[in-house]
Write a protein that binds this ligand. Structure first.
Ligand code: ZN
Ligand code: ZN
Length: 201
């Protein structure tokens, strides 16, 4: 199954020009089997997610979030999937606390677009390893992919490829191929943590 784990929509991300419906339709048109909305510090409403899954079945729509964590050295964006706690809708998180909260709650934590904002990682990923690292996306330079893959290898993290799609055209070019059927969010989180997926080459 082909799933994009990092998608924005204009209703909740000022940087996006595409609506929730346009993004889902783009995913279907490009042959994906599902996508995860990860707007900045904001989940979609649970009822909306349920309605989307009913309307667009068998296409799967998941409810994740992207959280910016700031440090004196710079900031990083963190993807969380599998949890819907409103406390996650905050830009005040300290990375170590967020990592502990997500992993102890059974969620998935991923590092989005490393080296996008600075040429080092601003948070302590060595002692607080994310489950996966995004190595390619529409917002990353392809020529730097080796640097991001080396980081993932060094930390023994899984690698993921996501559109980080804000605009038409980004969806469908970056996705992950899951080795097992993903029927629900529990399956998705289990596959993500277990590394039962590979990036689209
Ligand atoms: Zn981001
Ligand atoms: Zn993003």
């Amino acid at each position: 199954m082909k799933i994009d784990l990092h998608v924005h929509s204009k209703e909740y991300s000022a940087c996006s020009s595409q609506s929730i419906y346009e993004q889902v339709q783009a995913g279907i048109d490009k042959g994906l089997d599902g996508l995860v909305f990860t707007n900045h510090h904001k989940f979609l409403d649970k009822e909306l997610i349920e309605a989307l899954n009913e309307s667009y079945a068998p296409f799967k729509v998941f409810n994740g979030i992207e959280i910016t964590v700031s440090t004196p050295r710079g900031s990083e964006d963190i993807l969380v999937i599998g949890l819907h706690d409103k406390r996650l809708e905050s830009s005040e998180w300290i990375y170590e606390d967020l990592h502990e909260f997500v992993t102890e709650s059974g969620g998935f934590i991923g590092l989005a677009h490393p080296y996008r904002f600075q040429d080092y990682i601003a948070v302590d990923v060595e002692n607080f390893k994310p489950h996966a690292i995004e190595v390619s996306s529409s917002n990353l330079k392809d020529e730097d992919i080796d640097k991001r893959i080396s980081l993932a290898n060094k930390l023994s993290c899984h690698i993921m490829s996501n559109s980080d799609g804000h605009h038409n055209g980004a969806i469908g070019s970056y996705f992950n191929i899951f080795l097992d059927p993903i029927a629900n969010e529990k399956d998705l989180v289990q596959a993500l943590i277990g590394g039962r997926f590979m990036i689209k080459e």
